[in-house]
Ligand binder design. Structure first.
Ligand code: FDA
Length: 394
């Protein structure tokens, strides 16, 4: 079998790339070992797929080579993908400003991509194992469970390592190494934290409670909700900070980001001296959390009014609330991570065509590359943008 373009991976980037190459008149085959295309699309955004972010800029991405993503993101912008889903009649909602989700189901996004591939004449073969990829003169040769396949260009769109049960493998990284490319160390990103010892039990008791917080670590800060889970801490703020968190280090959580808690407590003591601390906390936090705070930090006499609290005591409470500091034991790892930090070093890749600079028959797109977005639809926007740039250049 001979094709112009073989795409490895029927995920977000691979399908987008294949459709573009097909429209450009290429004979295109997409191969995937999974039994279904676009599994991650289907599970994304809680089943509603946060398919783009209208505010996408290169600053929303982590990479050792921060300029690499600029060209593709500039050429294929969120509005282009919105125009595509509009043409296919997909209804969507803007949840948090800029974040677009399907109104009904992530299946709609997969339907768009598969329809585009069909219209572009792309062939998709699932449940296909690829055993080897070799260069043969100017072409590439794949040994697969379908037999030998020859291709003018092979696009590696096999994604990262997160959620192995959904078909994630390190195949793309292995191929990169085989062809002499550097692969930067990988680690799970956008992943919930686990806690150990007393904090694990404390958080487990609050499982399901969510509150708006501001979290910082490694010089970054995110102000978004936090969610207590049976294993530790999750929610958008924790997923975001997990991408920069270094194992063994602490995170600092501002539980009252809109307020200087020490200052507010002193004012409350002045204006409402008879009020109790528990009442003050209860006005600011969900009931279960306010109660938990008083258990974690026992007060010598909870019945006393604020008037009887010293400045030092109120300062101490202020610190607990504005700088709640704890050391995660780790993260939930690849099992639940949304993305892979690190990956194929982009120094050897063209940011215009995504070809390997000294082997243009081989290309890498999407999450397999060392380009990782923050939470909020940026990762799909990268998949679309890199897929389009590469597909049009195939
Ligand atoms: P993707 O992982 O989509 O596709 C890779 C494909 O390659 C898969 O089909 C896989 O089966 C195939 N493959 C792997 N190894 C292979 C092999 N050896 N042989 C053949 N095929 C192979 N992002 C976002 O922007 N908004 C969101 O709402 C979410 N939500 C979200 C939720 C969850 C739970 C996860 C895990 C991830 C997200 N993401 C997200 C991230 C987003 O899903 C991710 O960044 C993109 O799917 C990456 O697209 P790719 O096409 O690069 O890889």
């Amino acid at each position: 079998m001979v094709y112009d373009v073989v795409v490895i991976g029927a995920g977000a980037a691979g399908l987008m790339c294949a459709a573009q190459a097909g429209y450009a008149g290429r004979r295109v085959l997409v191969l995937d070992h999974a039994n279904k295309a676009g599994k991650k699309i289907l599970m994304s955004g809680g089943g509603r797929c946060n398919f783009t972010n209208l505010g996408t800029t290169p600053q929303h991405f982590y990479s050792a080579n921060p300029h690499f993503c600029i060209s593709a993101l500039k050429r294929y912008r969120p509005e282009h993908f919105v125009e595509l889903v509009d043409r296919h009649g997909v209804e969507y909602v803007e949840k948090t400003p800029g974040q677009l989700f399907c109104a009904t189901s992530a299946k709609e996004i997969l339907r768009v991509l598969l329809t585009e591939c069909e219209w572009a004449g792309v062939e998709i073969r699932l449940k296909t194992q690829i055993t080897t990829l070799e260069r043969k003169g100017d072409a590439m040769c794949l040994a697969t469970s379908l037999g030998r396949i020859e291709a003018g260009v092979v696009v590696v769109a096999s994604g990262g390592l997160s959620i192995p049960t959904m078909g994630a493998t390190g195949f793309g990284f292995e191929l990169a190494r085989q062809f002499g490319l550097d692969v930067l160390p990988t680690r799970p990103g956008l992943v919930p934290f686990t806690l150990s010892d007393a904090w694990k039990a404390r958080c487990a008791e609050l499982s399901g409670v969510s509150l708006p917080v501001s979290v910082s670590s490694a010089g970054r800060r995110f102000t978004e909700p936090m969610l207590f889970t049976h294993r530790g801490l999750s929610g958008p703020s924790m997923l975001q900070i997990s991408s920069v968190w270094q194992p063994g280090s602490a995170i600092e959580v501002d539980l009252l980001p809109a307020e200087d808690a020490g200052d507010s407590l002193r004012k409350a003591r002045e204006i409402t001296p008879k009020r109790q601390l528990s009442t003050w906390l209860g006005e600011r936090f969900p009931k279960r959390f306010a109660q938990a705070l008083l258990e974690w930090y026992p007060d010598p006499d909870l019945a006393r009014p604020l008037a009887q609290y010293s400045n030092a005591e109120l300062e101490q409470w202020g610190g607990r609330l504005n700088q709640w500091t704890l050391k995660p034991a780790g993260t939930e790892g690849w099992r639940t991570a949304e993305v892979t930090m690190g990956g194929v070093n982009t120094q050897a890749i063209s940011s215009k065509t995504f070809e390997v600079k000294d082997l243009p028959q081989l290309r890498f797109i999407g999450e397999v590359l060392d380009v990782t977005g923050e939470l909020g639809g940026y990762n799909f926007q990268w998949a679309w943008a890199s897929g389009v740039a590469c597909g049009q250049a195939c």
